[in-house]
Design a protein around this ligand. Structure first.
Ligand code: HEC
Ligand code: HEC
Length: 404
């Protein structure tokens, strides 16, 4: 079935900018590459993109609805330059088996609380399943959303029928009630999960509305109730003065449209070393999970339709072994499984994290080489193949990954 994206707000926001002559008047620096919209958007989409960009950068104050408990004051605070965050901006998810422990503050740990309120920051209860999550890049997520479900399903090999030791599978998830079937991944029944570290989210609208309400404590038309532990009901109204919902559906949809229209960074310089690394990447079977290209399907926005994109991910779950396991199920995903990390934009990681680098779901690797060497499970053979290479060949693989 063909899904329709909410374009209603486009008309509403189209008047914001008048003539589009303020767009991209300066030559983009490398830094701006992360914040650039897809090429060729029409004027009304550009206007929504610019409004969404402001929403994304906006720091919320208490008067505007921040908290009562929260992790950060803005989207940008965790996704600097629209890229990944650092280990300081990540957060824990926790639960116990299938129990999301809502009364104990689960399933997400908020480590901050607004001033003047008799609440303490949440703790993570002892004995629960904990999973630390590094913020993911947000560029290119519209292209991820535009990949037909069937394309992802066709990449599955749950019983390893081809005998290559690699058996990706879909995380089948249900969408939040507020996500209608007009949205990719919305409506009743199960859907292909494609967003977040375990592909536990099927729709961008859900990802973004929950970011507002969970990560920043900003209620919205989609999730109008504040997030706090039920024993604090009586005290919560003392500090959190902004009436709920604190932002409108339109604001959330503009922010969704902003991330949807963000262009993934272009490839870096392709040298002979990079080409040699690419050949090794393929022969080591890195490309069995980090598949070099994938096609989007039909889409109302021409710039997202029928594009071949260099995602370097199959968006499937893979068992990555004991070492990387968080032992915390998420949707259909078990405690060993992770979504193949897309590798696009890897070349700009250090630039956006002030010279630092963090890789893998919890940021435990600070170099690409460490990230590869920490692969296990279905990726054990590829990892061992990489480790056995001569130094110059290992450097070539790294140079290739860092050209993406
Ligand atoms: C406190 C830090 C934090 C804030 C604030 C935050 N995010 Fe995130 N974001 C994350 C983390 C961590 C993940 C990965 C979550 C997971 O794997 O469970 C994520 C994942 C995402 C993804 C999924 C990307 C993908 O490839 O699957 C999108 C899109 C996103 N965030 C958008 C936003 C938007 C828009 C906002 C503001 C409304 C926002 N985020 C605010 C930390 C944050
Ligand atoms: C069986 C599937 C599979 C294979 C094979 C595989 N990877 Fe991965 N790769 C993953 C998954 C899943 C993750 C995310 C793991 C996590 O978040 O803890 C990942 C993460 C990465 C990362 C970190 C990306 C980031 O943004 O954090 C790099 C770099 C990487 N892989 C490179 C490689 C290279 C190079 C090879 C070949 C030597 C390879 N991978 C083989 C599945 C695979």
């Amino acid at each position: 079935m063909r899904r329709h994206i909410h374009l209603l707000l486009v008309t509403a926001a189209a008047g914001l900018l008048g003539a589009c002559d303020t767009l991209m008047t300066e030559t983009p620096t490398a830094g701006d590459e992360f914040a650039a919209p897809l090429d060729g958007l029409d004027q009304s989409l550009n206007a929504v993109f610019l409004q969404g960009d402001e929403n994304f950068e906006k720091s919320f104050s208490v008067a505007e609805g921040l908290g009562p408990i929260f992790n950060n004051v803005s989207c940008e605070g965790c996704h600097p330059g629209d890229g990944r965050g650092s280990v300081e901006t990540g957060f824990f998810r926790f639960s116990a088996g299938g129990d999301l422990l809502v009364d104990a503050g689960g399933p997400q740990h908020q480590d901050k609380v607004i001033p003047g309120i008799r609440l303490v920051p949440e703790g993570v209860p002892a004995g629960v399943d904990k999973s630390f999550r590094l913020p993911l890049p947000v560029f290119g997520v519209g292209l991820i959303e535009a990949i037909p479900e069937q394309t992802i399903i066709d990449l599955e090999d749950p019983d390893d029928a081809d005998g290559d030791g690699i058996s990706g599978r879909v995380n089948w998830v249900t969408a939040a009630d507020f996500v209608s079937e007009r949205h990719v991944g919305g409506g009743s029944g199960v859907h292909v999960g494609r967003f977040s570290r375990k592909a536990q989210v099927s729709s961008l609208l859900e990802q973004v509305s929950e970011a507002y309400q969970q990560d920043m404590g900003v209620t919205n038309d989609f999730i109008p109730e504040e997030n706090f532990q039920s024993q604090h009901t009586a005290t919560v109204s003392i500090g959190d003065v902004a009436p709920d919902p604190e932002i409108s559906a339109n604001t959330v949809l503009e922010t969704v449209m902003y991330v949807r229209l963000l262009q993934p960074p272009a490839r870096g310089r392709i040298t002979a070393q990079v080409e040699a690394g690419e050949a090794l990447f393929n022969s080591l079977q890195c490309s069995a999970c980090h598949i070099p290209s994938i096609r989007t399907g039909d889409h109302e926005i021409p710039e997202l339709a029928n594009q071949t994109v260099a995602l370097f991910s199959d968006l499937l779950l893979h068992d990555m072994g004991e070492g990387l396991a968080d032992n915390r199920p998420d949707g259909d995903a078990d405690g060993y499984e992770w979504r193949t990390a897309p590798l696009w934009g890897t070349r700009l990681v250090a630039e956006f994290l002030g010279g630092q680098e963090f890789y893998l779901h919890d940021g435990r690797a600070t170099t690409v080489e460490d990230a590869i060497l920490l692969h296990g499970g279905e990726a054990q053979a590829a990892r061992d193949g990489f480790a056995a290479l001569a130094t110059a060949d290992r450097e070539a693989v790294i140079a290739f990954v860092k050209s993406l």
